[in-house]
Design a binder for this molecule. Structure first.
Ligand code: SAM
Length: 211
């Protein structure tokens, strides 16, 4: 029994070290969450209810016909429910740096028979998003994976319509977790104004407005 607990403890320490190393090197270069780990991204962690797709959706105030950017969409945990909510008159752009993640979203879009999702492969800050396009932009556990956060946020700011909302969600269980004050500082530096805060220090969503 004792050796069992020792093994578990070692495993936890090892995972912690991997997470810290990953976080450290992500500050300098892009090391995105690999596609084979997308099943982990999709788990609705029971310990962090604010992080569930359902909770995040509730804070977006979506309406039929809206245009939404899912920046760092991963396997489409949010892309699919958002596409259903904005309906055929609306549109979602699934944007991710990894083609493998976009393929996962494509498979789901086909299975759900949705026609209002477009796919763009690239990194935020690389100039691939248009100007004054979107009513909403989502950054759900993505910001910490982006080395040049200012460039990424500035591009998202430009891509939103005036009055558009950037919704940033972070959870402590993510190795790239970003603290509330650092997210606010980065968003303010490109012109966003904090509008709403939901959750707590360990798991939260902040909505910023392009006013
Ligand atoms: C932890 S996953 C989160 C996925 C999704 N937002 C969710 O919550 O289910 C982070 C995603 O951000 C993507 N990503 C990382 N850096 C990016 C960048 N510079 N631009 C766009 N996507 C990026 C990764 O490829 C990965 O799919």
């Amino acid at each position: 029994m004792r050796s069992f607990f020792n093994t578990i403890l070692r495993l936890i320490v090892l995972l912690g070290l991997i997470a810290l190393t990953w976080r450290f090197f992500s500050r300098r270069s892009s090391i995105p969450c690999p596609t084979w780990l997308s099943w982990l991204v999709e788990l609705d962690n029971p310990f962090f209810k604010n992080y569930s797709a359902r909770a995040i959706m509730q804070h977006l105030a979506l309406e039929p016909g809206m245009k939404v950017l899912d920046c760092g969409c991963g396997p489409g945990r949010l892309t699919i429910p958002v596409a259903k909510e904005v309906g055929p008159a609306g549109q979602v752009t699934a944007f991710d740096i990894q083609p493998g993640m976009l393929q996962r979203v494509r498979d789901k879009v086909e299975a759900e028979n949705l026609s209002n999702v477009q796919f763009v492969q690239g990194g935020a800050g690389e100039g691939k998003l248009g100007r004054n396009q979107y009513d909403r932009a989502l950054l759900v556990t993505v910001l910490g994976e982006i080395p040049d956060q200012k460039a990424a946020l500035a591009e998202i700011f430009e891509s939103l319509k005036r009055g558009g909302i950037l919704s940033v969600t972070e959870v402590i269980a993510d190795p790239h977790f970003q603290r509330r004050d650092s997210v606010i500082r980065a968003a303010n530096s490109v012109g966003f104004v904090e509008k709403d805060f939901f959750g707590n220090r360990l798991s939260y969503t902040i909505n910023f407005e392009k006013s």
